[in-house]
Design a protein. Structure first.
Length: 281
């Protein structure tokens, strides 16, 4: 959309189509011309905003005013600050760039023939002012602004399904190991919804005290499991020294004794935590 008069006409046409439909599906986002890196005056591509380009938000508002149930499908190369859509719409399907089978994949998901299980590989900020925005930040990296939350719009690892999952019985055994040792992490995942689905179980680790500043959490492993309605499965991870190691001030990869938080859950903000102690032996 670019010409104001033409934009208004197209929005009006979309509203008429929505009024005659049972449900509206709005395909929004951008393409290679609005989501790319700019490296020359003749090759501009970077933007100073993560908002939807043009009058796409106006289109959403107009269609929502019809009272018809509305789904938004995003086609985009990276995160967008879609605050209005996230607040007003009950269903958002993130597509990124799906390729030539986009239509088939989207139809399968929207009609319920396929139960989505994807998780975000990036963080969606609320605005460009939150950049850089990433889950594995340093403890003092996130500063807030007046009148807004400092939490992201959608966190790393987030993703909904047509069913729900519950986590329980997180354990680390043994809970005390040496710097060259290993341990097993187990958790029970239960499908608490009304249909079968896949869940991506995510393992994060936080080194509580170290000789150099470490991230608040790091994704170290994940597993995708399929669960029938009401079914439970025990998921296990093996924590080896490489999952606990880091580069010290001399750029040597080491494992330091101390306490670690072992976090297992459905995203980088929803998880259970257990303790692991590493000792010098």
């Amino acid at each position: 959309m670019s010409d104001p008069a033409e934009d208004t006409k197209l929005i009006a046409q979309a509203v008429e189509v929505a009024k005659a439909a049972d449900l509206a599906v709005l395909v929004l986002g951008g393409n290679e011309d609005t989501n790319k890196e700019g490296w020359a005056d003749s090759h501009l591509g970077d933007r100073d905003s993560l908002d939807l380009v043009g009058r796409q938000n106006d289109l959403v508002k107009a269609v929502l005013d019809t009272g018809k149930p509305t789904v938004v499908l995003l086609i985009n190369s990276g995160p967008l600050s879609i605050n209005y859509i996230a607040e007003k719409l009950p269903a958002i399907l993130e597509g990124f760039y799906l390729g030539q089978e986009t239509g088939v994949a989207v139809a399968d998901a929207l009609f319920g023939d396929y139960n989505p299980a994807g998780k975000l590989p990036v963080t969606f900020p609320r605005s460009v002012g939150q950049l850089p925005s990433y889950y594995n930040r340093k403890p003092t990296a996130r500063r807030g602004y007046l009148f807004t939350s400092k939490e992201p719009l959608f966190p790393f690892g987030f993703g909904l399904s047509y069913t729900t999952f519950a986590y329980s019985n997180l354990s680390v055994s043994p809970a005390r190991i040496g710097t060259a040792g290993q341990t097993r992490v187990s958790v029970t995942v239960t499908n608490t919804g009304k249909r079968a689905g896949d869940e991506i179980v995510q393992l994060y680790i936080h080194d509580l005290v170290s000789s150099v500043t470490r991230p608040v959490m790091e994704l170290k492993d994940f597993k995708r499991i399929s669960l029938a309605q009401g079914e439970s499965k025990t998921v296990e991870f093996v924590i080896t020294p490489d999952k606990l190691s880091f580069l010290d001030l001399n750029m040597n990869r080491i494992v330091e004794p101390g306490w670690f938080d072992i976090m297992v859950g459905t995203s980088s903000v929803k998880y259970q935590t257990a303790k692991l102690e590493v000792v010098a032996r």
